[in-house]
Ligand binder design. Structure first.
Ligand code: XMP
Length: 516
């Protein structure tokens, strides 16, 4: 049983970052809804609790509340922003509307830093994002202040509670990672027993005992998560695994052939390849609304996969009993918030589908509690090359969400060609690792140009390149002008159907990474 920290989510957009910081510090943690009954938090290995931030004000009707009985669980609790405010509110303290709201960089000054700020400088930069602030928590001492927040950090000994008004989980808080480590190691006495090497051994054993002699099918997309899942499953159960690779006609150029070759030649796993391009494209004909595209692709994927699974089941004489998926923790959290958590949902991501219940198969999701960087580390430990492990993320709905407006086979071809050039140039500039994603987006805009002596009237494409550490926030990449110039030249010269290229300089937020 690993040491465990439970993060109670009050709907902050950055709750996942808290989990990432804790995992990076080699401590296992899970995010749970603030509506989960407290009895379910009592478990062996529980070392501490973190209360996340959230968009509500404690005085709003229906605002989520910390359950007062968590303070009787006997473990230290760290409240971040709203997590501190709700703690004050339910324990007889006072929360008030701040005279000056604080958003962004703020100077924090330690008063009596204590264990939470051990070994940290008296003045430091932190990231604030709040309208309310606490005025009192019974029995607490102030640990730090800022100009507009006299209680920017507190310790309430009787409650075993530490609270911070700022966000230690975001990268802009100068010593955020250290503050979290101080909580984990100095206050909760964690041992740091969350390591990827031991994860592989534990998971191989667990999969073997779950699967026995039955067969498993796995939906392979060619992306990092499903590829690493395939290799892990193969290590555990060898030929009992069948990987199904569905070509939806919305993959990057030469992707289907590349994935088949990689698995056959280097990994030694035979793929069950289904070319369903026509089927997807005909369902998408004349659909231009982004959410409709996503839903159609999600449904169609389920339908194709089901057909194939039934066929394999029939042919194996009913021995297929399990479905394996490379689902990651952020997908799980995202789909939980779709079902009523407090965070607002921006896009309906497609990958945790309705597959399992319909198929009547048991589910194997070895990465259900892991983040992407952890899966990459596992991929490397399992011997996968950097080219696979460091692939850029690619959305489940594929190029459909990068073709704005109607999708046709011809527009897919145009975008594939432009996208390949963007990726080739990023690679040639040695920027692959530095850039989170770089791709082309085909716009439903035509403009006039002149090539040779000819008038052209063709599509415009946007280049999108972003830096990010997790895809949740992102900045547009400040690519060198020469590189942008080369991409633009090549796209216009080499891709029939595009005569204008623009560069997208929107960060996330307020934009999203994909255009749809
Ligand atoms: P957005 O566009 O929401 O994207 O800023 C954040 C990250 O998620 C990827 N993305 C998806 N991944 N299924 C996926 O597996 C999807 O439906 C999907 N939509 C977006 C996107 O490429 C970026 O890395």
């Amino acid at each position: 049983m690993h040491d465990t920290i439970i993060i109670i989510d009050f709907g902050s957009q950055v709750t996942q970052l808290i989990a990432r910081r804790i995992r990076e510090a080699n401590v296992y943690c899970e995010i749970v809804s603030c509506r989960l009954p407290v009895e379910q938090l009592r478990r062996p290995g529980l070392k501490g609790i973190v209360l996340s931030g959230g968009p509500a004000s404690v005085y709003q009707a229906g605002a989520p509340q910390a359950d007062p009985s968590i303070f009787q669980l006997g473990v230290p609790i760290l409240g971040i922003c709203y997590g501190m405010q709700t703690t004050a509110h339910v324990n007889g303290g006072r929360v008030i509307r701040a005279d000056h709201r604080e958003f962004g960089r703020t100077e924090l000054r330690l008063k009596n830093g204590g264990a939470l700020f051990k070994d940290l400088p008296v003045k430091q930069v932190v990231w604030m994002s709040h309208g309310d602030r606490i005025e009192s928590i019974p029995g607490s001492v102030a640990l730090a202040e800022s100009d507009n927040c006299p209680l920017a950090a507190v310790h309430a000994q009787a409650l075993n509670f530490y609270g911070v008004q700022f966000h230690p989980e975001v990268a802009h808080t100068e010593y955020g990672a250290q503050i979290i480590r101080n909580f984990l190691y100095g206050i909760c006495s964690c041992r740091g027993d969350w390591q990827m090497g031991s994860f592989i051994e534990e998971e191989v054993k667990r999969i073997r005992s779950q699967v026995g002699k039955e067969r498993v099918i796995l939906g392979l997309s060619g992306g990092v998560d499903s590829s690493v899942a395939a290799v892990l499953l193969h290590k555990a159960i060898g030929m009992q695994l069948t990987c199904i690779f569905v070509n939806n006609g919305l993959l990057r150029k030469d992707e289907a052939a590349g994935v088949r070759k990689l698995f056959a030649d280097h990994i030694g796993i035979d793929l069950d390849y289904v070319d369903a391009s026509q089927r997807f494209l005909s369902k998408l004909a004349e659909i231009s609304e982004p959410e409709s595209k996503r839903k159609i692709i999600g449904h169609e994927f389920v339908a194709v996969f089901k057909d194939e699974a039934q066929r394999i089941k029939r042919e194996s004489g009913g021995q297929v009993k399990f479905l394996a998926q490379g689902t990651l923790y952020p997908d799980v959290i995202e789909s939980v918030s779709v079902h009523g958590g407090p965070a607002s949902v921006i896009k309906s991501h497609h990958n945790v589908g309705g597959l399992p219940a319909d198929l009547g198969l048991g589910l194997i999701e070895p990465f259900r509690y892991l983040f992407k960087d952890e899966v990459r580390a596992i991929g490397t430990a399992l011997g996968l090359s950097d080219a696979v492990v460091w692939r850029q993320p690619f959305p489940g709905p594929g190029l459909a969400v990068r073709i704005i407006g109607d999708i046709t086979a011809e527009r897919v071809r145009v975008l594939q060609d432009a996208d390949l050039i963007v990726r080739q140039e990023i690679e040639a500039a040695g920027l692959n690792r530095a850039i989170w994603q770089a791709f082309a987006v085909l716009l439903p805009v035509k403009s006039v140009g002149v090539m040779g002596d000819e008038r052209t009237y063709e599509s415009a494409c946007a280049i999108r390149a972003v830096t990010s550490s997790d895809g949740m926030t992102a900045d547009w990449a400040h690519l060198p002008y020469e590189l942008l110039g080369r991409m633009s030249n090549r796209v216009i010269n080499e891709v029939r159907g595009i005569n204008r290229v623009v560069y997208d300089i929107t960060s996330k937020p307020p934009g999203t990474i994909e255009w749809e």
